[in-house]
Design a protein around this ligand. Structure first.
Ligand code: ADP
Ligand code: MG
Length: 676
């Protein structure tokens, strides 16, 4: 059994605890071993009591001077205290509301205590709720102890002891990193690494162990990516003979293109006459004008005799593109059609036949575009808008509608260039790092819930002066229904509080048709205040909306907050974004500060990467890649580079030569699919 053994059958686990572990994605001994600690506590050295200093976290070995005393200071506040001593001095230990603690000590018994030293109101040194165990039989002290990221109900002690059992159960582990890679990059062997990542003898050993696992994780990420990349980078492609024609198009735009837009269009033109199939990612902040770039490229494709298709992730967005682009193209005699899932059968049949005959030169649509029934006449150019909403498979299907069409992928989630190169190593990248002139940054504030009514009054006044506003509520996967109610309840409450304005509600559980109706109502100005979940995140454009309030802002990632905020500030008026949160932890505070300080998506994404630590990152999870358990894509970027090099050499060598490594990759990737 070993690694495959369900942890339920390990000593000290059982059914109930197994269920709690499963919530963390831990089912087997293997899963357990790869549940890495978030930090370590040095409990290896015992300090004399007299040397304890306020603020330090230390271990002491001390005897009971007098057994614990209970006293109630209030009805629900029990304080238990006990004095202990060693050769050098005395210190008191204090527990709050812990009825059982006193049963664990005997008169004159000697124990090891681990905790933070503080000073009581009377000025005496004390430890509050220390970890303790009998002296001479230490399990949780006397060494460096791992601290795990926990869910409620599983204590550190439980996880630590189950981890020890799991390590024993696993026995000798099989090394799966190829030996020459380990040698070349000086990586620790798996058994050494596994023991020292959890129970290191010293921090030097821990760092050696960590480095191996970071490298391994990033190597596997690279290998996984190589299997998932768009496979069109080396294909021959249509040659667009006339690329200069884009000028005729840009001349008819109602604005001058920005420098960054022009540069990107030039890059597209170069690709399209190169003879190779284009595979280009355009990264640009919300509002940077990616649509105009796509439109120019589409125009060029049509003028060179091809059909072009543009796929958007939502009906609303597809409709908006249709509205703005069909008018532009019409001026040049280009016929544009819309294809979405909610169209009536008759209308759809008509559109499908126009696509097949080639009469429809530009097709804008949703996922409906990649349905089997859709056949093009001569598709030579495809655009995927808001690419983070599409998988590689969907892009592949879109590509397959034509004969090696050029592909333009547009992303409004800017990520640092270093990371983009890693995640999209096979794509050429254009960056639109300039906003159209005259845009004012969105003024952003972070306020506690106590200021909510002031915030809403501000919004109300603004609406009375003719503007519109969004209120965004979080939608969390585990508690979707209760959060939906939040949005619903809030919409109801706001409608009551401000009876003279029209409040709308939109969330993901609504039918597409109903959503469209609400959105249309908001776009026309009939709805003045729109309460919504993150369904509005993508691309929607209502220039008259200039305030957004975001409830429970701590629940959103930085990049997502930035995306949401991009919905306002699209007209000429000063826009505001109010982040409402009561969360007080450091990371949340830093995130809010970042939002208030910057409107630059590239900067924000870099901060996002920094603040997240290991874990999910929109660049990985959203691409169906394994979540980072230990690596931090920002801090470990040097190791990332090495891992990238190693991955490349392994791929060139043929990964089939390394079946154990392959197996490990598969384990990780299949885990991911189960969890999604
Ligand atoms: P995104 O990059 O987020 O998709 P859009 O393409 O929707 O941004 O553009 C946002 C708005 O900016 C649109 O109303 C568009 O007409 C306008 N716009 C785009 N380029 C320019 C420009 N060069 N000058 C002025 N306005 C522009
Ligand atoms: Mg867009």
């Amino acid at each position: 059994m070993g690694l495959e053994k369900p942890i339920q059958y390990l000593k000290g686990v059982g059914e109930k605890r197994a269920a709690l572990f499963e919530k963390k994605g831990i089912k087997t001994v293997r899963d357990m071993l790869y549940f890495f600690p978030r930090s370590h506590e040095d409990r290896s050295k015992i300090k004399p009591v007299a040397e304890c200093v306020e603020g330090e976290t230390v271990c002491i070995a001390a005897s009971v001077y007098q057994l614990p005393l209970d006293r109630y200071v209030r009805k629900n506040m029990l304080i238990t205290s006990m004095n202990v001593y060693d050769d050098s001095g005395m210190i008191s230990l204090v527990w709050y509301n812990n009825k059982y603690v006193k049963k664990n000590f005997t008169e004159n018994g000697k124990y090891v205590f681990f905790g933070k030293v503080s000073r009581s109101k009377q000025g005496r040194l004390q430890m509050i709720a220390p970890v303790y165990e009998k002296f001479g039989n230490e399990h949780y002290t006397g060494k460096i102890i791992p601290i795990y990221p926990l869910t409620a109900k599983l204590s550190q002690k439980t996880v630590q002891s189950v981890m020890e059992t799991a390590l024993k159960e696993a026995g000798q582990l099989e090394e799966y990193l190829p030996e020459h890679i380990r040698e070349q990059y000086k990586l620790a062997e798996i058994n050494f690494a596994m023991h020292n990542i959890h129970f290191p003898r010293d921090f030097k050993n821990y760092n050696i162990a960590r480095e191996r696992f970071v490298f391994e994780e990033l190597l596997i990420l690279q290998l996984a990516l190589s299997g998932r990349k768009d496979k069109n980078s080396e294909n021959p492609g249509h040659i667009f003979e006339d690329v200069k024609c884009v000028r005729d198009f840009s001349d008819t735009l109602p604005f001058d293109l920005t420098g960054a837009q022009k540069r990107t269009i030039n890059e597209v033109c170069r690709d399209c006459k190169s003879g190779k199939q284009m595979n280009r990612l355009v990264q640009g902040d919300v509002g940077s004008g990616k649509t105009a770039v796509a439109a120019a490229a589409i125009y060029m494709a049509v003028k060179n005799g091809f059909q072009a298709a543009m796929m958007a992730p939502t009906e609303i967005l597809a409709a908006q593109h249709m509205e703005s682009l069909s008018e532009l193209f019409e001026k040049h005699g280009i016929r544009t059609v819309l294809l979405t899932g909610s169209m009536r059968a008759k209308q759809k049949r008509e559109v499908l036949s126009q696509i097949l005959s080639g009469e429809a030169q530009v097709v804008i649509g949703t996922h409906a575009l990649i349905q089997e029934t859709v056949e093009f006449n001569n598709l030579g150019f495809v655009v995927a808008d808001e690419q983070h909403r599409f998988g590689v498979e969907q892009r592949a299907k879109l590509l397959a509608k034509g004969k090696e069409p050029h592909m333009l992928i547009m992303s409004a989630t800017p990520i640092p260039r270093t990371l983009a190169l890693i995640l999209y190593g096979d794509l050429d990248i254009s960056i639109i790092d300039e906003l159209p002139p005259g845009r004012k940054p969105v003024k952003t504030y972070s306020v506690p819930g106590g200021m909510r009514s002031r915030a809403y009054n501000f919004i109300y006044k603004n609406i009375k002066s003719g503007m519109q506003a969004y209120v965004v509520c979080p939608l969390v996967a585990e508690s979707e229904s209760s959060d939906l109610k939040n949005a619903e309840e809030l919409a109801e409450k706001l409608a009551q509080d401000y009876p003279d304005i029209k409040v709308g509600l939109m969330h993901g559980k609504m039918k597409a048709k109903d959503k469209d109706e609400v959105m249309a109502g908001f776009a026309s100005g009939e709805i003045q205040l729109l309460v919504a979940t993150t369904v509005i995140e993508v691309g929607v454009n209502v220039p008259n909306a200039n305030i957004m309030a975001i409830e429970n802002a701590e629940r959103f990632g930085l990049s997502q907050l930035h995306q949401l905020r991009g919905r306002v500030g699209r007209g000429g008026d000063q826009a505001h974004c109010i982040l409402i949160t009561d969360a007080e932890n450091e990371v949340t505070k830093k995130r809010m500060e970042t939002m208030c300080a910057s409107n630059d998506g590239f900067y924000i994404s870099e901060q996002d990467l920094k603040l997240r630590g290991p874990g999910d990152f929109f660049g990985t999870r959203q691409h169906g890649l394994p979540e980072m358990k230990i690596a931090n894509l920002f801090e470990d970027r040097d190791i990332l580079r090495l891992a990238q090099r190693a991955a490349k050499s392994l791929i060139e060598d043929g990964t089939d030569k390394y079946p154990l490594l392959k197996k490990r990759c598969d384990e990780l990737l299949s885990n991911e699919i189960i969890m999604n």
